[in-house]
Design a protein around this ligand. Structure first.
Ligand code: ADP
Ligand code: NA
Length: 340
């Protein structure tokens, strides 16, 4: 009964990388022709770890520029900044009271991000998954394109939606939603690069916070930098296999082949049909060319857009107004259902 609506977001925490592009932003672009899409710059999530205020302002504009430069049309899709739509924080509070502590304790990303000294992590980092559930449910979004690392959080959002629907079944039915008020959102994790790995260590995911700049390709890297990082990417001494099965136990090879496939819009099997049996050096040369071709125009366009911050802020304000139009009635209904 719920019509397909897409919601997803990226944190304005700097160092946007190839993983963010292939796992998220590129897929946002692909979905906008067929669905109603809301793409958020999730600054409330960013501050779960301290952010320098000036950098946060800049990084918010940078994610916005990346969205647009990658091909998201701000007329067609709603691009906005989370903190400008107060319903995210309001619904998050309500969901904090629905979610169970035991559920949060199972979240692997908190364990990774909090590190050894968990007591020193912000309370916000701990309840971050409830805010993420609110982000999606506030729009009655049904599908959430994300990288593999977010799967557990979307599952939690489903559990929270389900519990809310059960806890308030009576007033929900009275409000005219016999099938439940919040749709259970589905993660959309697809393509050849749902988990892009570090170029320095094939067992770690490519991430914004990796201290080694060689570990990731940034969306704003120039041609020479992209070429250098791919040339230096860790590999093993074997030639490429001719079948996808042969990539098992070879995380570095698997990663580079997946990246090539995702950038080319094909599958790993098609890439291996071309490069299987060959040396890495030849494959890397082709990957440099493909990555440069696909990424440098985006980086150039990001720089051009960022030279006019007033226009970016205007786009965000317009997006926030449109997001409000969708969110406000849903939040109002939520409050009715609770008895506020
Ligand atoms: P990060 O994880 O880099 O701090 P975000 O939490 O803002 O960035 O994630 C934005 C989107 O990028 C999410 O959908 C996430 O799953 C995706 N993503 C992040 N890192 C990777 C990666 N290495 N491979 C694939 N997708 C990724
Ligand atoms: Na992430």
């Amino acid at each position: 009964t719920h019509k397909t609506r897409i919601f997803s977001g990226v944190q304005p925490t700097g160092n946007l990388h190839l993983g963010n592009y292939l796992g998220a932003i590129k897929r946002f672009v692909e979905m906008q022709a067929d669905y109603e899409c809301l793409y958020c710059v999730v600054d409330l999530h960013a501050i779960t770890v301290f952010q320098d205020p000036d950098e946060l302002t800049h990084n918010t504009r940078e994610v916005t520029a990346a969205y647009i430069a990658a091909g998201i049309d701000p007329q067609q899709s709603t691009i906005f900044n989370q903190s400008q739509v107060s319903g995210h924080a309001e619904l998050a509070w309500i969901l904090n009271c629905v979610a169970r502590i035991g559920w949060l304790n199972r979240m692997t990303q908190f364990k990774e991000k909090a590190g050894k000294d968990r007591e020193k992590a912000s309370a916000g980092l701990y309840i971050y998954p409830n805010l993420m559930a609110a982000d999606v449910l506030l729009y009655h979004a049904t599908h959430v394109p994300v990288g593999e690392d977010q799967k557990q959080h979307i599952e939690l959002a489903r559990d929270i939606a389900q519990k809310f629907n059960n806890d308030f079944a009576e007033t929900i039915a009275r409000a005219g939603y016999p099938g439940g008020f919040f749709p259970l959102p589905e993660p959309v994790i697809a393509g050849a690069a749902t988990r892009v790995m570090s170029f320095r260590d094939g067992t770690k995911k490519m991430s914004k916070s990796d201290p080694s700049d060689l570990s990731r390709i940034n969306m704003t890297d120039d041609e020479d930098t992209i070429a250098k990082k791919i040339r230096k990417a860790k590999t093993d001494p074997e030639p490429l296999p001719s079948e996808v099965d042969g990539l098992k136990e070879r995380p570095e090879a698997d990663n580079l082949v997946g990246i090539y496939a995702a950038l080319a819009g094909t599958g790993k099997d098609a890439v291996l049909a071309d490069f299987g049996g060959g040396e890495f050096s030849a494959f890397k040369k082709a990957l440099v060319e493909l990555a440069t071709d696909k990424l440098t125009p985006i980086g150039d366009e990001m720089r051009r857009l960022l030279s006019d911050p007033v226009e970016i802020d205007r786009i965000l304000a317009d997006g926030a107004a449109r997001a409000h139009n969708v969110a406000d009635p849903i939040l109002a209904k939520t409050k009715d259902i609770i008895g506020f």
